[in-house]
Design a protein around this ligand. Structure first.
Ligand code: NAD
Length: 498
């Protein structure tokens, strides 16, 4: 986007979309919240309020769940055949692309990520996710089973699970929402989405597109609000059949308990502390930038960030120097500046959290090789940070920082078993990265790593077609791919005496 076009778009947003106080999207209508309260939405690059959305309370959530229930029980959506649902999902994907530049800009202004990442990754990836999942509509079916009793005819039906409560975090607002809505829609479910209170704006835009392309009322309801009371009310609601949650492990644990009332199904995509393992035979020309962008991309606010860097002692100095050099050279700035490679953290709270982790590292004996401080004094920018002299007993090595901070540690001449034990030595198990030319080492290690995704010689990224999720405290279940789509169905066995 060239500078004059960007200026025009920013002005149009300021006087148009950002100037409204956004309502809740329930049953196909934009309605006021019962609470009468609003949330200030902040641009993390400036710290300034850019928009206001309404803050839902439990009564609003109840209205949204009722609308979703009506749409599920008596609306046209679950009764449509798969092709009809898929057509509407493709229309929504096309509409997202049509408004892609503007929606990408809204994502950048609200979340802070660089514009290219917002346009290509967040908006483009979301459109593709919708198209991918549209392909499952009508294609997940039961089977005919010959049981032990041959005088019965037995088959299974795959039926939509019902009303889905989707709760999403702020780090990739639009893609996280779509990752939940798309497979649910394909299955014939209806949805109440509660986006993160810090980044609700692209979800609102999505609501406007859902309305525009003619998805029936109540199929997707978008209710902005805080975790408590809005998210809490959704999790506790007795008429929600499934919660699909992405967020922190702490909230995930609470959700497990709170959803017990009606034993609703729960899937959880939670935090990570993912290891990056670099062997001496690795292609360092690729491994060094791979490791650097694996932690500095989106300012480290990435669930699969490679935050523990284990490097063989023979190449340790070279890799740490390389990652440090990249940290120094990285263009940190507002996402709307074309040359920006790393945007701000999401909030003052997140900036305080990340800097206090660095401080705890210092206190526990870590060396700050580069970075470690806030960058500038406007917005919530953090310097890309490399810590050395770290070890397993430090909080910076065990806990998810969710910022651009990597802990570098040497691997000595250890065997694969020992390397795997070191890599697995946290409560998380979301992702792991291996850099080596020896495919035997890569495959042996991949089998032993406790991680939902193991990437060899470059990050797998997130792909709508590929199952994604965590071992251990990184979550329950898998999102994406066939396995992710299956979450939105119940299996019913029908058995007929012949
Ligand atoms: P968070 O858990 O604080 O919030 C996530 C969402 O949950 C928000 O919408 C919030 O309003 C809501 N929430 C908070 N308390 C709630 C409650 N009591 N009941 C219901 N909803 C509640 O997480 P966050 O800080 O927004 O996001 C960062 C975390 O998300 C990190 O830990 C990160 O690793 C994780 N994450 C995981 C994945 C993944 O796919 N595994 C992807 C992105 C982010």
């Amino acid at each position: 986007m060239n500078a004059p076009v960007l200026t025009d778009r920013l002005k149009a947003l300021e006087t148009g979309f950002f100037a409204e106080t956004h309502k809740l999207f329930i049953d196909g209508k934009w309605i006021d919240s019962e609470s009468g309260q609003t949330i200030d939405v902040i641009n993390p690059a400036t710290g300034q309020v850019i928009a206001k959305v309404q803050a839902a309370n439990a009564a609003d959530i109840d209205k949204a769940v009722k609308a979703a229930r009506r749409a599920f029980e008596s609306g046209p959506w679950p009764a449509m055949n798969g092709t009809e649902r898929a057509k509407l999902m493709w229309r929504l994907a096309d509409a997202l692309e049509e408004e892609g530049d503007e929606i990408g800009l809204v994502e950048t202004l609200n979340n802070g990520m660089p514009m290219m990442m917002a346009r290509m990754g967040a908006v483009g990836g979301s459109a593709n996710n919708l198209r991918y999942n549209a392909g499952w509509a009508g294609k997940i079916n039961g089977e005919t089973i010959v049981g032990h009793n041959l005088s019965r005819h037995t088959y299974t039906l795959k039926q939509p699970v019902g009303v889905v409560g989707a709760i999403t975090p702020w780090n990739f607002p639009l893609p996280m929402a779509i990752a939940k809505i798309a497979p649910a829609m394909a299955a014939g479910c209806t949805v109440v989405l509660k986006p993160a209170e810090l980044t609700p704006l692209t979800a609102i835009r999505l609501g406007k597109l859902i309305e525009r392309v003619g998805i029936p009322p109540g199929v997707v309801n978008i209710v902005t609000g805080y975790g408590d009371p809005a998210g809490k009310a959704l999790v506790e609601h007795p008429d929600v059949d499934r919660i699909s949650f992405t967020g922190s492990t702490a909230t995930g644990k609470w959700i497990v308990q709170a959803s017990a009332g009606n034993l609703k199904r729960v899937s959880l995509e939670l935090g990570g502390k993912s290891p990056v393992l670099i062997f001496p035979d690795a292609d360092l020309e690729k491994a060094i930038p791979g490791a650097a962008m694996g932690i500095f991309g989106n300012a480290g606010q990435v669930c699969v960030a490679g935050s523990r860097l284990y490097v063989h002692k023979d190449v340790f100095d070279k890799v740490v120097d390389g990652v440090t050099g990249m940290a120094k050279a990285l263009r940190v700035g507002p996402g709307i500046e074309a040359e920006t490679q790393m945007g701000p953290l999401i909030s003052q709270r997140q900036l305080d959290r990340v800097t206090s982790y660095v401080q705890s590292g210092r206190e526990q004996g870590a060396e700050v090789v580069v970075g470690g401080e806030r960058s500038g004094n406007q917005g919530y920018f953090m310097q890309p940070t490399v810590l050395a002299e770290t070890n397993r007993d430090m909080r910076v090595v065990q806990e998810e920082i969710f910022g651009p901070v990597v802990c570098a540690m040497p691997i000595n001449d250890e065997d694969i078993e020992q390397i795997a034990r070191t890599a697995n030595d946290t409560t998380y198990g979301l992702a792991a990265y291996i850099w080596t030319r020896d495919m035997s080492v890569a495959h042996k290690l991949a089998r032993k790593l406790q991680a939902g995704t193991v990437s060899v010689n470059g990050s797998a990224g997130i792909d709508a077609a590929v199952p994604f999720g965590g071992y251990k405290q990184s979550g329950w279940g898998r999102e994406n791919g066939h396995e992710g789509a299956e979450h939105f169905y119940e299996t019913k066995t029908v058995s007929v005496a012949l």
